[in-house]
Design a protein around this ligand. Structure first.
Ligand SMILES: [Zn+2]
Length: 375
């Protein structure tokens, strides 16, 4: 994908409006930033920006006066009147320079609007059009990076359309979104679409080893857990070991042993975590169930190493056709209730009691040669 962009720039064929389709937390923003720097660099060589010219330095610091960022925003503690992206540049710079593989929720958390929706509206497009009318500072192109472009409202889209209809040579629009379908067809028809290529688990593992100097077994485990999603892999990495797997393993062990007292204590402890952490735990548990279920069909090849491999080897036979739906439903229900402030201790204890039944149901099904498994 990088090569596609550098070639377009080198041949002077870069479209003036592009859309990068990229999953939440994917490489879309990183690609957009790379393209911008390559385009503005004074001495690009071998398909890379030089990294040292003043334009490169400003791009890397996200402080280039000709690079404009538009993100979904909303009023918060600090910005009480008009919410436009330029009021949030400091937070944006801080978040993105740390890692460009971010999800919408990371951004909302960074600017304290987790409970609202961000959007791009009338004030935003007015500000954008004003910047469009200015000449570029450095005499090169002006770049507008519109991140999560599907969050633009009708007003924004209609006015933006005018700018797309009258392309100017010194302006490049880079829209990034997971959902191009949510954009107006008239906008879509004026942008050239590029799709991010998802990383395979192997590629992601290599990336983690190179970028973060992770030892190969750990990188491999994280890459498989996060199923090619860079953002999830990076978050996972920051956990001490795999905290969630340990919690999950304890939960299942206690359920298997029908240890009611242990499960009660486990529920008490889990309920003390923040709501966000509990949501993470559920998300993780759902993918563990899913993985165990799928491993049942291809058990000869376990993509994990070390302790995790042992866990999957032992536990995955207990997750099968007889209980997978039940586990999934129960954990989703738990997340739903916690989200709505139901007493978390009660929610988890309920889930535990059901888990005892489900895990033994799975054990029986695994032990009985069954004629119904051929689905
Ligand atoms: Zn440069």
């Amino acid at each position: 994908m990088k090569e596609v962009f550098t070639e377009l720039v080198d041949n002077d064929q870069l479209p003036h409006a592009m859309l990068i389709r990229s999953k939440q937390g994917g490489s879309g923003l990183a690609l957009g930033l790379f393209l911008t720097q390559y385009l503005l660099c004074e001495q690009p060589a071998d398909g890379n920006p030089c990294g040292v010219c003043p334009n490169c330095v400003k791009c890397q610091g996200m402080s280039h006066p000709d690079v404009h960022y538009v993100m979904p925003v909303n009023k918060n503690q600090k910005v009480k009147k008009v919410a436009v992206s330029e009021n949030f540049l400091e937070e944006w710079r801080e978040l993105v320079t740390e890692s460009p593989f971010i999800e919408l929720m990371d951004w909302y958390t960074a600017i304290g609007i987790e409970n609202k929706q961000g959007f791009m509206g009338n004030d935003e497009i007015t500000a954008l059009r004003q910047k469009l009318s200015l000449r570029s500072f450095e005499g090169r192109q002006k770049v507008f990076i519109i991140w999560q472009a599907d969050r633009m409202n009708q007003e924004f889209a209609n006015k933006m359309l005018k700018s797309l209809e009258e392309p100017s040579n010194d302006t490049v629009f880079v829209l990034i979104t997971e959902n191009p379908d949510k954009l107006l067809p008239t906008v879509l028809s004026r942008v050239q679409i590029f799709a991010e290529e998802p990383l395979s688990a192997e590629e992601l593992s290599i990336f983690l080893q190179q970028k973060f100097e992770l030892p190969p077994p750990e990188a491999t485990n994280i890459a498989f857990r996060s199923e090619g999603n860079i953002s999830h892999a990076i978050k996972d990495m920051h956990h001490e070991g795999d905290q969630w797997l340990t919690d999950f393993r304890n939960f299942m062990r206690l359920a298997y042993m029908r240890d009611i007292k242990g499960l009660y204590q486990w529920s008490e402890k889990m309920a003390k975590n923040s709501r966000d952490a509990q949501r993470q735990f559920v998300k993780n548990a759902l993918s563990i169930f899913d993985r165990c279920y799928r491993l049942g069909w291809v058990a000869d090849h376990l993509p994990f190493e070390g302790e995790e491999q042992q866990f999957y080897e032992r536990f995955s036979p207990f997750v099968n056709y007889s209980n997978i739906r039940g586990f999934m439903d129960d954990f989703e229900k738990a997340a739903y209730h916690i989200e709505r402030n139901v007493n978390a201790k009660i929610v988890w204890f309920d889930t535990s009691i059901n888990a005892i039944r489900l895990v033994h149901q799975g054990r029986k099904a695994a032990a009985t040669p069954s004629t119904t498994t051929s689905t």
